[in-house]
Design a protein. Structure first.
Length: 137
C-alpha cells in the first residue's frame, strides 16, 4: 500500500503467504516485521521533524521514565547492587534514531544481563525505584 495525505494511491497483494505454496497473499495478510519497525518509526519521526512538530536535538518527550530521567549504570557495589548516576545530558530524538542514547541489549551486553539479574534479586519495593533499563553510557 502507498498513500499520500490525499489518500491511498496504490493497494494490492500478490504472491503466496508461504514461499511457493498456497494460500495466496491477500490485502489482510498479517506480517511480523520485527526490526523493520525501526524503519517505519524513523520515517514517521523524520516526517514530524520536517513538519516542525518535533526537533532532532531537543530532549525526547517524557513518554517513558527511561527517557525523562535517564540513569547510567556505573558499576556494582561489593554486594552486587547496581550503582547509577543521572545522565549528563538528556536523550534526544537524534540519539534514539542513531542508537547512541546509551541503551544496550541484554543479548550482547554482559553488564545489562548482570543489571537485570541484580534487579530480579531485589525486593519489589526497591526494584520499583530503579530503572528497568539503564543507559550503559
Amino acid at each position: 500500500m502507498a498513500a499520500t495525505d490525499g489518500g491511498v494511491i496504490y493497494e494490492g497483494a500478490f504472491g503466496s503467504r508461504h514461499l511457493g505454496q498456497a494460500p495466496a497473499m491477500s490485502r489482510d495478510t498479517v506480517f511480523r516485521i520485527a526490526s523493520m519497525i525501526k524503519v517505519v518509526t524513523s520515517v514517521a519521526a523524520m516526517q514530524l521533524v520536517e513538519q516542525g512538530k518535533i526537533a532532532l536535538d531537543a530532549p525526547a518527550p517524557p513518554i517513558d521514565q527511561a527517557l525523562a530521567s535517564p540513569q547510567v549504570l556505573t558499576g556494582f557495589d561489593p554486594a552486587g547492587a547496581p550503582k547509577l548516576r543521572p545522565a549528563k545530558q538528556p536523550i534526544t530524538l537524534r540519539h534514539l534514531l542513531t542508537h547512541t542514547a546509551g541503551f544496550a541489549y541484554r543479548l550482547w551486553d554482559a553488564e545489562a544481563v548482570r543489571y537485570a539479574n541484580a534487579l530480579d534479586r531485589l525486593p519489589a519495593r526497591q526494584r520499583a525505584l530503579l530503572p528497568r533499563t539503564p543507559l550503559m553510557f
